[in-house]
Design a binder for this molecule. Structure first.
Ligand SMILES: Cc1ncc(C[n+]2csc(CCOP(=O)(O)OP(=O)(O)O)c2C)c(N)n1
Length: 640
């Protein structure tokens, strides 16, 4: 039996010897590697926080003291130390452990958000609540240097700096990287703090002397702090956090557990907000991860644990964007690209390699990305902002007021739209087409295949007087779905028999719609399938087509409320077209993690379920075709 097997909660850590703790760290690393190998996950960040997490749980008393993980992707070790190590064989699989903290799993988990840069605000609120309620509890927020580039983190720091009663310890886990190296002035400042050995040596000396004095507490700490401030001015003049008025301990070697514990204990004794600056290495202890240049296994797919070789993802939707944006960049000198700390995942790396001066990594700062893009557009360029669909939520007001109100020609490219699956509720890109519907003037395109990604991207960057958006899903694109006809910009994908059902397929749901059509045609139902390509604004050709059919069906991989189907229905009503309508979309719920295909099955976004729904609806419509359609419904039950 290993040391980890005997850990049922953080308190068990306290009785371990130094040797046992070292063994534990290596067992944790082995389990991280073996459990990520088959399913992938955030291996690199977790390898980097093994000692840090052990130190936190030895110093604080979770769940009474609260530990808030920013983003939450680095909480695997925390899960192992809070009694869940045995469940790691079911990490990130349906019904198994989530890849993020999960309140359902454990009272040690609190924030399961996964959108970055929120931990300090949660922690600020928690610590204030405990102070007001007179509860003697500490709050520990762990935030990476990447997440620290997000605006919310700075809004929180501004408030925390004056929250003197807050028993709040902010651990800055500084590995110098988001996916790729973190960029910006903040990083430069952190680097200066990190690389001032003289400062550290002297500080260590001071600390040791102080600790030799019995009863180290706030007073001694203050003395230390005052001395440190003087030193800092001499050797680290940028004093990032202290200039904000925040107490600062560090930098400390985040892989030296004892040193981290020492720093955390100092911070804990202070009983006010303190920053502990820990230096770590992403992927630490696993050669393949440490050597991996693109992201040090930040988010790895399935891989061979011995060689570290990753399974090929094959062709994904993103690849079409990657190629086409380079082509556009060659032909248009005014096109510039922005990523929010995700150069490779959103496919901008080749554009960056070709046009480094026209590529901006703004850090985890989607709001800034959007408004900076507005500025770039006002300055005569055409920015392409490539982000994951779920993270656009962050920048809604910036898209609305800063881009759209000012009629700025900015193109947003939303990757991982629709159901993404494995990463759970907060990563599904199921909100974008609803929130964007309310933006006046904005044009939204949903490509159905890789060819349409290229086509629509070119059309989007030609729009100079309004924001444009392109959204496409995770994973491999379907084989191209050819059009049999085009009506005023609307592609007709299937036209078969009588005009019974008009299926309006949004983006990636087009190939599903074509399969639906096959099933309906087999039942003797006439179907037209169209792909509007541009789904906002609604193309008047769709209104005309809807008038000519007996049932309109819309299919989209976006939330059902306020999405394309809902707006189409509203548009039809306004035009006096009262053709019966059936909407297929994602139910407006937070979806638990599972494979994308499984979730689509569960929510009924499969060809079989949609076809069945249509047959039932057509049957219920009755009239002169009742005989035929009821027969169809019976057949459908049997064969669909
Ligand atoms: C708002 C938002 N944008 C983008 C992401 C995607 N993302 C997840 S982790 C990460 C990098 C985080 O870097 P850091 O905070 O330094 O943590 P590390 O993995 O280095 O420990 C990014 C960009 C996100 N989770 N949230």
């Amino acid at each position: 039996m290993g040391v980890l097997d005997a850990i049922s909660g953080p308190r068990d850590l306290r009785r371990l010897s130094d040797d046992e703790l070292e063994t534990l760290a290596s067992e944790i690393r082995d389990l991280l590697i073996s459990s990520c190998a088959p399913v992938g996950g955030h291996l690199g960040p977790n390898l980097g926080v093994v000692e840090l997490t052990m130190a936190i749980h030895r110093t604080f008393d979770s769940p009474r003291d609260r530990v808030v993980w920013d983003t939450g992707h680095q909480a695997y070790v925390h899960k192992m130390l809070t009694g869940r190590a045995a469940q790691f064989d079911r990490l990130r699989v349906e019904g198994g452990l989530s890849g993020y903290p999960s309140r359902e799993e454990s009272p040690h988990d609190l924030v399961e958000n996964s959108h970055a840069s929120t931990a300090l605000s949660y922690a600020d609120g928690l610590a204030k609540a405990y102070a007001i309620r007179g509860e003697d509890r500490h709050v520990v927020a762990v935030i990476g240097d990447g997440a620290l580039t997000g605006g919310m983190a700075w809004e929180a720091l501004n408030n925390i700096a004056v929250a003197n009663r807050s028993k709040l310890v902010i651990v800055v886990n500084d590995n110098g990287r988001s996916y790729t190296p973190t960029i910006g002035g903040l990083t430069t400042a952190l680097t200066s703090l990190r690389t001032s050995p003289r400062y550290e040596q002297v500080l260590d000396l001071v600390k040791r002397r102080l600790n030799a004095v019995p009863g180290v507490g706030p007073a001694a700490y203050d003395a230390l702090h005052a001395m440190k401030k003087g030193l800092k001015d001499a050797v680290a003049p940028q004093g990032l956090f202290e200039d904000l008025g925040l107490k600062y301990v560090g930098p400390v070697d985040g892989h030296d557990r004892a040193a981290v514990e020492h720093a955390l204990s100092q911070a804990k004794k202070f009983n006010g907000p303190v920053i502990v600056h820990a230096l770590t290495r992403k992927g630490f202890g696993y050669d393949a991860a440490e050597r991996h240049e693109a992201d040090q296994f930040h988010q790895v797919g399935p891989f061979d644990p011995d060689s570290g070789e990753q399974e090929s993802k094959g062709t994904i939707w993103t690849n079409a964007f990657t190629d086409e944006i380079v082509r556009i960049g060659q032909r248009r000198q005014d096109v510039v690209a922005i990523t929010a700390a995700m150069m490779h995942p959103v496919g901008l790396h080749q554009f960056q390699a070709r046009f480094p001066e026209r590529t901006f990594d703004v850090g985890i700062a989607e709001q800034h990305a959007a408004t900076s893009a507005a500025g770039l557009a006002m300055g005569g360029l055409h920015p392409v902002v490539a982000i994951y669909a779920t993270f656009l939520n962050r920048a809604f007001d910036q898209v609305l007021m800063d881009c759209a109100l000012h009629k700025c020609g900015v193109t947003f490219v939303l990757d991982r739209a629709g159901v993404t699956g494995d990463d759970g509720a907060s990563h599904n890109g199921m909100w974008d087409m609803s929130i964007l519907q309310v933006v006046p003037g904005l044009r939204l395109a949903a490509p159905r295949d890789a060819t349409r990604v290229r086509e629509l991207l070119n059309e989007a960057v030609d729009v100079e007087d309004a924001p444009t958006v392109l959204r496409f899903p995770k994973g491999p694109p379907p084989a191209d779905v050819p059009a049999v006809d085009t009506i005023s910009g609307v592609d007709v994908l299937v036209r078969n028999g009588t005009k019974d059902v008009l299926v309006v397929a949004v983006g990636a749901m087009a190939s599903t719609a074509v399969e639906v059509a096959d099933r309906l045609v087999a039942q003797g139902i006439g179907v037209t399938v169209v792909d509007p390509r541009w789904v906002k604004p609604v193309n008047p050709a769709i209104v005309d087509l809807a008038r000519q059919h007996r049932l309109v069906v819309s299919i989209e991989d976006n939330g059902e409320t306020g999405g394309c189907g809902a707006v189409l229905l509203q548009t039809l009503n306004a035009a006096g077209v009262h053709t019966p309508f059936q909407l297929h979309a994602i139910p407006q719920q937070f979806l638990a993690h599972a494979k994308r295909g499984r979730i689509l099955e569960q929510i009924g976004l499969t060809p079989q379920a949609i076809a069945l729904g249509i047959v039932e609806h057509i049957t219920a419509l009755g009239d002169d075709r009742v005989g035929r359609t009821s027969r169809a419904a019976v057949d459908a039950d049997r064969t669909l």
